[in-house]
Write a protein that binds this ligand. Structure first.
Ligand code: ZN
Ligand code: ZN
Length: 339
């Protein structure tokens, strides 16, 4: 174990000795507090789960029968000798930072987060704490996201250009978070054609709608859908599902991928994609710096991503920062979800 205090880092995950619970553990434990429903944070096999109602709606769909309780944002719960509350992380609908207070010492485990308000996820809430556990998926100065309305314009233009020449637009996006954000960005106004969602996306949409998320209407991609029935369509599908046979019913197609990794030129070139849109549900470099600064934390623990570079930068700028090994993924999103 390293990092003595309110939260500690163990081989099963982030552990709170005073409360006897884990946060986003990667091995089965009796009691797990879950920041959000992505597969690398919400894993199968724990005795009891505690998560926000929206996270839980998706977790029940993905994990099946689980014993769980809900935690509303801002509501303080006592778990043994710890006080715990969940606060918006701005990452995906329902995502939370978990604040843990023991004898006046406050730690915040932020899970995955982004500081830009996407208009769909509950907006990131800056929290003051003594110790802050942060991700650094995009912890390099090169990552600076454009404002969302600008990206929406780029995608809308691409979709309209495709529709104008009789092409179907196929946009690869992860089933939880990115897909709904794109739907919110693109389907709210009069677009150049109908929006179809792959079943894996539409199932997640249904969970979130049932949990009160106001998503625009979308149709599910079925066997009957084709370029004839849905001319000029935009199809939102998980990246792993866009090489499948259904795409043949929509030829000619234009493919694009929406991911923060599209901000790296080499990666964009390596993917056999015609187009990449740089849109991420993680904080960019300025976002990470801003979030970290606003905590006022004395100690910063960096869990996943460009941990060494981000930690070195923080250390050189007067913070006490260290890398902690975890098993969280560094995909832009959830690569292990259903496709
Ligand atoms: Zn995530
Ligand atoms: Zn993650």
């Amino acid at each position: 174990m390293t990092g003595c205090g309110v939260l500690t880092f163990t081989d099963k995950g982030i552990y709170c000795p005073a409360g006897d619970f884990y946060i986003d553990p990667w091995r089965p434990v009796p009691r797990a507090l879950i920041t959000h429903a992505h597969a690398d944070h919400a894993r199968w096999g724990h005795g009891q789960y505690l998560a926000t109602p929206r996270s839980l709606a998706v977790m029940r769909h993905r994990l099946g029968q689980i014993t769980a309780q809900t935690a509303d944002y801002g509501h303080v719960l006592r778990i043994n000798d710890a006080e715990v509350s969940f606060h918006p992380a701005g990452h995906v609908p329902g995502s939370a930072q978990i604040r843990v207070s023991v004898a006046g010492q406050v730690w915040v485990a932020s899970g995955d987060y982004k500081t830009e308000n996407d208009g769909l996820s509950e907006a990131f809430e800056p929290l003051r704490c003594h110790s802050f556990i942060t991700e650094s998926t995009f912890g390099l100065p090169v990552f600076r996201w454009q404002p969302q309305p600008q990206i929406a314009q780029q995608i809308l233009r691409w979709w309209a250009d495709n529709a104008a020449v009789g092409k179907t637009s196929v946009l690869g996006a992860y089933a939880l978070g990115k897909a709904q954000r794109l739907l919110h960005m693109l389907a709210d106004g009069p677009g150049p054609g109908p929006v179809l969602c792959h079943a894996a996306v539409e199932n997640t949409n249904a969970c979130l709608r049932a949990a009160g998320v106001a998503l625009p209407h979308s149709d599910v991609l079925t066997q009957e859908c084709s370029a004839k029935t849905h001319p000029g369509a935009l199809i939102i599908a998980p990246p792993g599902a866009i090489e499948a046979s259904w795409t043949r019913r929509f030829v000619p197609t234009e493919l694009a991928l929406a991911s923060g990794w599209m901000g790296l030129r080499g990666i964009r070139r390596r993917r056999a994609m015609a187009t990449g849109f740089v849109v991420s549900d993680h904080a960019d470099w300025p976002g990470l710096l801003q979030a970290t600064k606003e905590t006022g934390a004395e100690n910063i623990y960096v869990t996943h991503g460009y941990t060494d570079i981000f930690t070195r930068y923080l250390s050189e700028n007067g913070h006490s920062a260290q890398v902690v090994p975890t098993e969280f993924g560094t995909e832009d999103d959830d690569s292990t979800g259903p496709t």
